[in-house]
Each structure stands twice: as structure tokens, then as C-alpha cells.
Design a protein around this ligand. Sequence first.
Ligand code: MF3
Ligand code: CO
Ligand code: CO
Length: 258
Amino acid sequence: MSIDIKSKDEIEKMRVAGRLAADVLDMIAPYVKAGISTDELDKICHDYMVNEQDTIPAPLNYHGFPKSICTSINNVVCHGIPSDKHLKKGDIVNIDITVIKDGYHGDTSKMFIIGKASVKAQRICRIAQECLYIGIQKVKPGIKLGEIGLAIGAHADKNNCSVVHDYCGHGIGLKFHTEPQVLHYNDGNVDSSPILEEGMTFTIEPMVNIGSFEVATSKIDGWTVTTKDRSLSAQWEHTILVTKDGYEILTLRAEEDI
Ligand code: MF3
Ligand code: CO
Ligand code: CO
């Protein structure tokens, strides 16, 4: 297995793509309120990407995905398809944005809480974000890739939450999804996992459930992933660059304090 090392030039392009993906999340934030449909959110993001940013929405037509963003509400783990469903007070929703600029991908997602959500809904959103940050803080040249998932899994465990096994983070660059697979749990192979090197770019995107880690994919649309036990799920994602002595978050937003 070989993990691509980006040149200076490619890193600059990844920075631009990452920034633009983060900008879409900032742009859409004021619209993510009770009453709006996820189709409307998709259209606003699509138009912004195509007309304002001159970026390509990577999900659109990706292996047949029908929309430009993913919107995953409550017990939906990931890959929710925007629809005429309206957000309502108490929902939690992940919006996942991937843009392509100059051939390079930037991929990021965050949770939005609609109105005032239950304590457990707020909690799963917070723990999932902590899992992302704990994983990111492990990143530096010389560590084993598996140490990221080890740390994330331990934090979820400690908080009696479970981490989804069936979906992982991924290398990213000219391709949307490439090697390596970035696990968010300890699969028992940390020692034999690859060593991180300066210039690698990948995502970390833990999906964390209140109940069991088991998920199922919709037989109707072929995309929507839900928790098997219908418990709430939350996810946060960043695109990360391995730097000389640590990491750079290519999709960092101004609101974040890490
Ligand atoms: N953005 C998702 C990820 O983080 C992938 C979405 S693929 C799609 O990897 F086809 F559902 F858009
Ligand atoms: Co991703
Ligand atoms: Co994503």
C-alpha cells in the first residue's frame, strides 16, 4: 500500500480546496433552521459552489449520488440524500461538503442543532467533535496511522458511545477517496499500520452513535446509512495535512478553537 506525498504545489491547491469547502459550511450556517428542507440547503450550496466559488460539488453523480451535498439527520449516520424533508426543532443534522477546485478535493462536515435539542442530542454532537479533535491532535510524522483510531475509539468508549466501523476517513487529493483508510477505532492492527509522513493528506471523520455501532444502508435509495437500533448518530470531518512537526487542518473554520 502506498500513500501519496503531495508536492508544495499540490499542497497549495489542497489548501485552496480545503478553505473553499469550509467556506460553504460557513455560508450555509444561517440557513440551517427549522422549516427549511434539505433540498433547499442543497440548492443554496450547489449554486454557491458553482456560481460564486467556481468549484465542482464532488458528491454530484459520484457513483450515482444524486445531489451536491450530504444531509444526515438524527439516526442517519452519513450519506443522507437531500429531499423535501423539512428540518424541525430538536433535529441534529450533519452537512457534508466536498468541493473540487483545480482538480483537488476539500472535504469537511459539521453538525447543526436545530433550535434546542435534547441533552443527549447535544451530547452526541459534542462527543463526536471531541473524537475528531482528539484524532487530529495525534497527527505528526512518525506515528502509526492506527494511533488516530485508537485515540478516537478510546474517547468514545469512555463516554459510552460507539464508533461506526463500516465507514472511515480516507486519503484525498486529485481523487475523492484514496489510500489510506483512516479507521476511527482500534482494529487490533495499529502496529502494522503505515507510518505518517510529511505531505500526506487525508480526512478524519468519526461517526459516533449513542447506541450500537451497527449500521444499515437503505435498500430503497442505496445510499442513506442509518443506525440499526435507530439511535442518534453524529459526525464531524476535516481534511488534514501532515506537516513537518504535526498537522494543518485544511478545512478549519474561524469559529473553531482547537
Ligand atoms: N463526503 C463523504 C466523505 O466524507 C462522501 C460522500 S460520497 C457521496 O467521504 F457520494 F455520498 F456524496
Ligand atoms: Co470524507
Ligand atoms: Co465528507
